[in-house]
Design a protein around this ligand. Structure first.
Ligand code: SF4
Length: 218
């Protein structure tokens, strides 16, 4: 089986979670972790996935073989990251939809045009969207000045698409602009003002994060 590819390059895949009950609330899923992210969040809990030059650790064919054995047992497959929309997922998603899986997508909104193409394609059933901070504080989280504009535009596109979603915000010690309950509520208020229904908070975790963040969160 040939791997889905763009311009001759196969998908760079960093890992596979064979069963999750929380990556897509209410669904039993497997989760594919795509390699590469243009941002560099202080609290990234899998910083090994950030490197966009890495070709990843898993072949697409291995994942498809595994999922063929889960048809009828799993509801769907979630594409996560890294930043999943960095790569062209459409061929891979099409292959899994043909097997009968629903498709979820995790994104922080770094690539609005690529997200828009996926949403318009009808290939994605649900999106888990990270609003990591209010726009004025986002660069302090991601280390990238342009992240605020990208996130804001991606959120607008998601809300306009009609695709089912959950918007979530990570908060807690060490998260710039989202450390206190008041700051976290302020982020949710910003999201609601954009039109988000029922945004949720999730506590920051230190497992897997870099030593610098663990020191900041202590
Ligand atoms: S957007 Fe996600 S994958 Fe990228 S650096 Fe931030 S936490 Fe890590």
């Amino acid at each position: 089986m040939s791997a889905p590819a763009v311009g001759g390059r196969p998908l760079a895949i960093g890992g596979l979670s064979k069963l999750s009950t929380c990556d897509w609330p209410g669904h039993l899923v497997a989760t594919v972790f795509l390699q590469g992210c243009p941002w560099n969040c202080l609290y990234c809990h899998n910083p090994a996935l950030i490197d966009c030059r890495s070709s990843g650790r898993l072949e697409w064919a291995v994942i498809v073989d595994f999922l063929r054995g889960r048809v009828g047992l799993l509801d769907g497959v979630v594409f996560s990251g890294g930043e999943a929309t960095r790569q062209d997922l459409a061929p891979a998603i099409g292959e899994l939809r043909a097997l009968g899986f629903l498709i979820g997508l995790h994104t922080s909104g770094a690539y609005p045009r690529r997200l828009a193409a996926l949403l318009e394609s009808g290939l994605v059933d649900w999106v888990g969207f990270d609003v990591k901070a209010r726009p004025e504080n986002l660069a302090a989280v991601t280390g990238v000045t342009a992240s605020a504009a990208a996130m804001t535009e991606s959120l607008r596109l998601l809300l306009a698409s009609g695709v089912d979603y959950q918007v979530r915000t990570t908060w807690g010690p060490g998260v710039p602009g989202v450390e206190t309950v008041e700051e976290a509520e302020s982020v949710l208020a910003w999201a609601r003002a954009q039109g988000v229904i029922d945004p949720v908070l999730q506590p920051v975790r230190t497992e897997g994060t870099r030593e610098l963040f663990q020191a900041m969160a202590a």
